[in-house]
Write a protein that binds this ligand. Sequence first.
Ligand SMILES: Cc1cc2nc3c(=O)[nH]c(=O)nc-3n(C[C@H](O)[C@H](O)[C@H](O)COP(=O)(O)OP(=O)(O)OC[C@H]3O[C@@H](n4cnc5c(N)ncnc54)[C@H](O)[C@@H]3O)c2cc1C
Ligand SMILES: NC(=O)c1ccc[n+]([C@@H]2O[C@H](COP(=O)([O-])OP(=O)(O)OC[C@H]3O[C@@H](n4cnc5c(N)ncnc54)[C@H](O)[C@@H]3O)[C@@H](O)[C@H]2O)c1
Length: 471
Amino acid sequence: MTTRAEEQRTLRADVLVIGFGKGGKTAARALGRLGRTVVLVEESERMYGGTCPNVGCVPSKGMVHHSRLRRPDDDPQAFFEQAVAKVQDVREFMRKGNYESLNALETVTIVTGRAEFTDPHTVSITRQDGERLTATAETILINAGSRPVVPNVPGLRASTHLVSSTDLLERTRLPKRLVVIGGGYLGLEFASIYRAFGSEVTVLARGGHFLPRVDADVAEAVRRVLTDEGVEIVLGARVREVRDDENGAAVVYDLDGAEHTVTADAVLPATGRTPDTAGLGLEAAGVHTAADGAIEVDEHLRTSQSHIFALGDVNGGPKFTYISLDDSRIVLDQLIGDGRRSTTDRVAVPNTVFLTPPLATVGMTEREAREAGHRVRIAREDVADILAMPRAYAVEEKRGLMKFVIDADTDLILGAALLSVDAQELVNTVALAMRHGITASDLRDAVYTHPSSTEAFNEVPTVVVHEDAPA
Ligand SMILES: Cc1cc2nc3c(=O)[nH]c(=O)nc-3n(C[C@H](O)[C@H](O)[C@H](O)COP(=O)(O)OP(=O)(O)OC[C@H]3O[C@@H](n4cnc5c(N)ncnc54)[C@H](O)[C@@H]3O)c2cc1C
Ligand SMILES: NC(=O)c1ccc[n+]([C@@H]2O[C@H](COP(=O)([O-])OP(=O)(O)OC[C@H]3O[C@@H](n4cnc5c(N)ncnc54)[C@H](O)[C@@H]3O)[C@@H](O)[C@H]2O)c1
């Protein structure tokens, strides 16, 4: 697409945005609507809208959905191909929508090319055909995202079977055997998706504890769901080497002092993502980075140059779309508000790993609550036993559990872990309750629609399985 901007060679604007991610596009839209001139630079025309709608949250959750529609007599390969096509249609719809909604604003100019600072107010933009433009602005927002980390395992980078999450969302060939290195958000979501599509899946997790960020009882329930579906989870595996041979990639790992090998058609490293700052020319701008490449920011997201802000994954904060969105609120508050909003305002931020059923968590674990000095009451129930929640039976998803960590002295909710149908929605209600000091008893006594999953809250807080003795 050729935009108005690309007919000119030097662009001047009030605000320059580097990267079409959630934070950048939200700020660009708000500022453009207020009459500020904005230049938004995005490296790839396939990425209008950023990671989330193109190669992240939305297509991966589309794949979760489609993988669960497969019936036993569907041909796995044909079914998979159709699912990828449907998910890519949604991506295309969103990509276009993202482009058109911003391009429709007279004040906003989208430039497709890679931006690199040449001084604190100027970037040079290189388009794919090699043409160069310059853009300069008083205020600059960096929203360049992150890229996957590929661990330094001999043979992994050279393997023809190495895949990224993006490859797995776009390719139309279902891998017969998928090996995932890493047992975090991405690794477990892709393991669950590809197993449901019919792949043999092995997860090699390096720690001895599965899901160390949740309590052991919750982690065990998640492990059971995945292993019952046929995902093989190897804990404490140290991947030593990847060797391509005639059967695929031989992934060699150490476990308990012995060497093991698992063969795969596709090997997915899911070992975290790192801020995408190499090549941005941050030194020329005088913008400081931390050792891991993250742009250093204060609680208002200002970098070491006070007119340059960093939003989203690139600033080293939690890597979620809703955090990038919240970053845009903070930056907008600095530019057009009263400047009081900051990252320290964030309380009870929920997370969801989109397994089936999803695992959603918020606040403290049982262990963290005790470490923080609380006298803890634990309420917990298996989903199949929650009489107040017939929805689990109606939709035939009775797996999982709900757990609340409650302050036994104040009745305030300190945290929750919900492995349940609809958990990605339920957790937002718990988070809101926590933020506004709504007690566990208030949550229990509220009136909810029927038959809904929220009704579980009428019951689970009453199922107390443990309370610490008074000090
Ligand atoms: C497979 C997957 C699933 C995920 N699922 C979820 C989920 O369910 N929920 C959730 O909240 N989060 C999820 N995430 C994380 C989420 O996608 C990211 O946290 C979020 O998209 C980060 O957005 P951002 O605003 O930082 O920038 P991004 O959306 O990453 O955008 C950055 C943009 O900058 C561009 N760019 C980079 N460098 C330059 C440059 N020099 N010049 C011009 N343009 C440049 C890039 O091309 C990119 O389009 C997932 C991530 C992945 C990979
Ligand atoms: N549902 C969601 O919200 C969602 C889904 C996918 C991704 N994401 C975001 O994307 C980011 C990237 O996801 P991710 O799962 O790659 O990262 P992650 O940080 O969630 O998990 C990485 C895992 O890899 C392990 N690991 C790290 N180095 C390793 C090595 N050398 N060998 C073996 N294991 C190793 C870690 O111990 C950890 O368990 C996440 O931080 C998350 O914010 C979010």
